[in-house]
Design a binder for this molecule. Structure first.
Ligand SMILES: Cc1cc2nc3c(=O)[nH]c(=O)nc-3n(C[C@H](O)[C@H](O)[C@H](O)COP(=O)(O)OP(=O)(O)OC[C@H]3O[C@@H](n4cnc5c(N)ncnc54)[C@H](O)[C@@H]3O)c2cc1C
Length: 300
């Protein structure tokens, strides 16, 4: 059943938007509301619905006008605002932003490819490090999206390293394509039953990826799994892997005062562009990014 805020596909079957906002936290929703106010068609490709971080904040005392509000209450207010503005939000996970002519193809796990005139990255930050070998084998056996790349591994053996339970959906999908799927969960909740007869749940901490030209082994602390492909499912994909050509400053996306990144047409806002990791700053930057993206589209 569709949740009521997930109205995007119903209204826009062609999956073409002026602006696609990646990330559904305070920065992303602020960008979306402001893009809509500029009369742009906008989609939030959101990952988890409005920020697990905000949900965890017990009391917020520094967001103007709402002293003492809980993170969950503010989160609900943000979602409600986006609903009132009729912003389509889809909780898909984005695995790549590929320039195509003067547009972008945004690759998602559940909506397929989406076309965008401009993109706002509002993906927050994650403390998760990449695995040794992960960057080296990206596109040579390492993938972040079963929908996008699963068919390359038809009849082969793959591993799914899942840092949250969304990985279970990816494992189910791969079980229909691949000969064997090793599911390696890295989260505390129990794994659901019935992932597929050819899916084996393997407990263990991944320590690296090895191979000659392409992936051959997923290394765990106690064993190694012989595989042709490894799907790594994190809440956040390392940004350098998400958008080719993006410039980083340390681990943050480099932006100018208009929130423009090094890739024309791609803007960024919130925690992903650096400290301070604060709500008001994320919301403000989301607005600037959306207005800049709207101006960019008008200049095309
Ligand atoms: C416990 C706690 C308490 C806090 N208290 C305060 C406080 O009192 N005051 C204050 O100002 N700030 C506080 N913060 C910080 C505040 O929550 C963050 O600064 C704010 O949430 C940043 O917003 P954001 O939109 O940049 O990123 P986030 O809120 O992290 O949102 C990022 C979104 O992007 C999505 N995403 C990531 N990758 C992808 C992808 N590949 N595809 C699709 N979606 C993706 C995620 O699922 C998420 O929904 C607190 C944070 C925590 C954890």
């Amino acid at each position: 059943m569709k949740r009521k805020w997930e109205v995007a596909d119903v209204e826009n079957q062609s999956h073409e938007y002026d602006i696609v906002v990646i990330g559904c936290g305070p920065a992303g929703l602020s960008a979306a509301v402001n893009a809509k106010a500029r009369n742009k068609s906008v989609l939030v490709a959101g990952g988890q619905l409005c920020s697990p971080k905000l949900q965890r904040a017990p009391i917020i005392n520094n967001y103007l006008g709402f002293p003492g509000i809980t993170g969950e209450k503010l989160r609900q207010a943000f979602i409600s605002h986006a609903q009132k503005a009729q912003i389509p939000i889809n909780t898909c996970r984005v695995s790549g932003v590929i320039p195509q002519g003067n547009k972008f193809i945004v690759q998602t796990d559940t909506m397929g490819p989406i076309q965008a005139g401009a993109v706002v990255l509002a993906i927050g930050v994650t403390s998760q490090e990449t695995l040794p070998g992960e960057k080296q084998f990206l596109g040579r056996g390492v993938s972040y999206c079963a929908t996008c790349d699963g068919m390359f591994f038809r009849g082969k053996k793959v591993a799914v390293v899942a840092y949250y339970n969304k990985g279970e959906d990816e494992a189910k999908l791969l079980s229909q394509i691949c000969e064997k799927v090793y599911f390696v969960p890295q989260y505390k909740e129990p794994v659901v039953e019935g992932l597929g007869q050819n899916v084996e749940v393997v407990k263990g901490l991944p320590t690296g990826i090895t191979g000659e030209k392409t992936v051959e082994f997923l290394l765990l602390e106690q064993e190694r799994l012989a595989v042709n492909g490894i799907f790594i499912i994190r809440e956040t994909i390392p940004v350098s892997q998400l958008v080719p050509g993006i410039q980083l400053s340390g681990s943050f996306i480099e932006v100018d005062s208009t929130m423009a990144t090094a890739v024309p047409g791609v803007y960024a806002a919130g925690d992903c562009v650096g400290e301070p990791f604060q709500l008001a700053k994320a919301v403000g930057q989301g607005q600037v990014a959306a207005l800049s993206a709207a101006k960019y589209l008008s200049s095309m």
